[in-house]
Design a protein around this ligand. Structure first.
Ligand code: MG
Length: 277
């Protein structure tokens, strides 16, 4: 049987042509295990982000992480905006003030709380040992169930059973490298990113890059909508075990995992434009 990943051959990032990369002016990227490595941001990865910033690239992390984190990221990282909670909103800075753009689609606050509480009760009944992610209190739009971050890794079939339970309850559910995220409302990372872009890409200095000037970097099945939506995309090497789970695969894959893979991406982009040091 042909594996799903064979539907579109994935090329090695180190073979990406400079002609193709030269037009890239904006980098959207996942954070966990794409930018971070084993739960930390390495000096090399953060330096690579700064190099891209100084070279004039627009930078937008797109993450399942919560509003509380995104407030920090928008304020302190060298980025133009951050799309959080799997596309629920974008946070950005303007005139020294942290502002937000909410993606249309989620139920209003009270209804959302009621739906999430009901789903939480069902999860607790079916998975009595399940734990909310440590960042749950800083979330506005979703539930995050920890299956691999601060708990012993769940077996795959239990993760799948949890995802099915959430979907059966009418929620969207996505598996990141550490959490299962579940939410109500018709949006995902792509919708959140596009909504921010269509709002004029607030937070971004200068002209809004055209669609084919963006590149996306990710590592897991919850990045699949982005791999499908961006004309150019890269998976860091740790995407490999998940490839059979995703139908939309990235254009390229790096040799290195996680943050080292992100560094590879930054270096080749800068090299393609003759901006490497
Ligand atoms: Mg990730």
């Amino acid at each position: 049987m042909t594996p799903a990943c064979a539907q579109r051959p994935i090329l090695l990032w180190r073979h990406a042509s400079f002609a193709q990369l030269r037009k890239v002016r904006a980098v959207a990227f996942d954070i966990d295990d794409t930018f971070t490595s084993h739960g930390k941001i390495t000096p090399q990865a953060f330096a690579a982000l700064w190099k891209l910033k100084r070279a004039g690239y627009a930078l937008v992390p797109i993450t399942g992480r919560p509003a509380g984190w995104c407030d920090h990221i928008a304020r302190f990282w060298p980025v133009d905006a951050v799309v959080g909670e799997n596309g629920a909103f974008a946070f950005f800075m303007r005139d020294g003030v942290r502002r937000r753009h909410d993606t249309p689609g989620p139920p209003v606050r009270e209804e959302r709380r009621r739906l999430l509480a009901g789903l939480g009760d069902r999860i607790r009944a079916e998975f009595p040992d399940a734990q909310w992610a440590s960042d749950q209190d800083y979330r506005e739009y979703d539930l995050a169930i920890d299956y691999c971050e601060d708990v012993s890794a769940w077996p795959d079939f239990e993760v799948e059973r949890l995802v099915e339970l959430c979907r059966g309850a009418g929620a969207h559910a996505k598996v990141s490298s550490i959490h299962v995220n579940a939410w109500f409302g018709e949006y995902d990372k792509v919708a959140g990113f596009r909504s921010w872009l269509e709002a004029g890409a607030p937070g971004l200095n200068g002209p809004v890059p055209a669609e084919d000037e963006w590149i996306f970097v990710g590592d897991s099945p919850n990045d699949e909508p982005m791999f499908g939506a961006f004309p150019l995309s890269v998976g860091v090497a740790n995407l490999q075990p998940f490839l059979e789970q995703v139908e939309k695969t990235p254009t390229w894959i790096t040799d290195s995992q996680s943050g080292d893979g992100f560094v590879e991406v930054a270096e080749r982009l800068l090299e393609a434009r003759g901006m490497d040091e």
